[in-house]
Design a protein around this ligand. Structure first.
Ligand code: CP
Length: 332
């Protein structure tokens, strides 16, 4: 079976066949998963449930909790090490040694989030178990890219020639990197709009349009994705100070700018949102906003990935759970 036992460290390693498999598995498990139903995903004759080990060396709400939720819904065991959990990191142990020690405990799969770290980039592909990258520095956030693509696919059926504008702190965003790769390979046209301070030095692969003016970008787009200012990744005081100045007026999706969007446009944001900065408070109430649908789809995509990488045998009966409605905010 493709994807069984492999690691997911970057979307660039996923073939079109892999993508189709992930999205079709997501469609298969979506209804029962969202019906608060546990899917029997491991055989009761198996001596132990698969154990998923989550290591988060950077803060997270959505990714961490949705991996836990996905594992719970699949009936897996999940162990999570928090940043503040009193681990030996506080005694100076390195991230690489922490990963190696968790790997030595023989979990079935590891989920890791970390900041820019060439050492972990080199180590993770060589572990003797499947690893999922839950966000690595400014480099990649493959499961976020997948859930964003899946959210748009559920709206449009196909991304072919659809226009997606990604705006905000593009230069420091791992979410943007994964979306450039995935959405462009699925046929979308990608535009970016960022203040000069947060603009990539070169046009990233997959990007076909650059807008200096946010209003023009909003008018061009079929979907827009706002990005948080990544203060923790800014290495110059000029970048940090710039963020504090009049950002919303020039570069934010204000209540006024919502009127520039097409009537059937889709509004996305990977979260966390800084209200009043990249998004006006009104955005979450706009009928075109799919931000919470993204979060719901994050559980579905991550459960699909866990089931594929761990080669779980899904019990047919638990997949036939009746359809439900009203489990998510926004259409998705
Ligand atoms: N989108 C995202 O990665 O959110 P968290 O940092 O809360 O996981």
């Amino acid at each position: 079976m493709p994807l069984s036992g492999v690691s997911l460290l970057d979307t660039k390693h996923l073939s079109h066949q892999d993508l189709q498999l992930i999205f079709s598995r997501s469609d298969l498990i979506r209804e029962p998963l969202l019906a608060s139903q546990r899917i029997q995903a491991w055989e009761s004759s198996t001596p132990r449930r698969p154990v998923v080990c989550c290591l988060f060396f950077e803060p997270s709400t959505r990714t961490r909790m949705s991996f836990q939720m996905a594992a719970y819904r699949l009936g897996l065991e999940v162990l999570t090490m928090e940043l503040s959990s009193g681990s030996s990191l506080s005694k100076g142990e390195t991230y690489a040694d922490t990963v190696l020690n968790f790997a030595a405990m023989n979990p079935d799969l590891m989920v890791v989030r970390y900041g820019n770290s060439p050492e972990l980039d080199a180590l993770l592909p060589n572990l003797n178990l499947p690893v999922i990258n839950a966000g690595s520095g400014t480099m990649a956030h493959p499961t976020q890219g997948l859930l964003d693509a899946y959210t748009l696919l559920r709206e449009w059926g196909s991304l072919r020639d659809r226009r997606v504008l990604i705006f905000g702190d593009v230069a420091h965003s791992r979410v943007a990197q994964s979306n450039f790769d995935l959405l462009s390979r699925l046929g979308a046209k990608i535009g970016i709009c960022a203040p000069p301070m947060y603009r990539p030095q070169q046009t990233p692969d997959g990007v076909s349009e650059q807008f200096d003016d946010l209003d023009q970008g909003l008018e061009w787009a079929d979907a827009v994705m706002g990005l948080r200012i990544q203060l923790e990744r800014h290495d110059t005081s000029a970048q940090r100070e710039f963020a504090a100045q009049e950002y919303h007026a020039n570069w934010g999706l204000s209540a006024q700018r919502l009127k520039k969007l097409k009537s059937d446009a889709i509004i996305l944001h990977p979260g966390p949102i800084n209200h009043g900065v990249e998004f006006a408070p009104e955005v979450m109430q706009d009928s075109r906003c799919r931000v919470l649908a993204q979060v719901t789809n994050g559980v579905v995509i991550r459960a699909a990935l866990l089931s594929l990488l761990l080669q779980l045998k899904l019990d047919q009966k638990s997949l036939e759970f009746p359809k439900v409605s009203g489990v998510e905010s926004g259409r998705a």
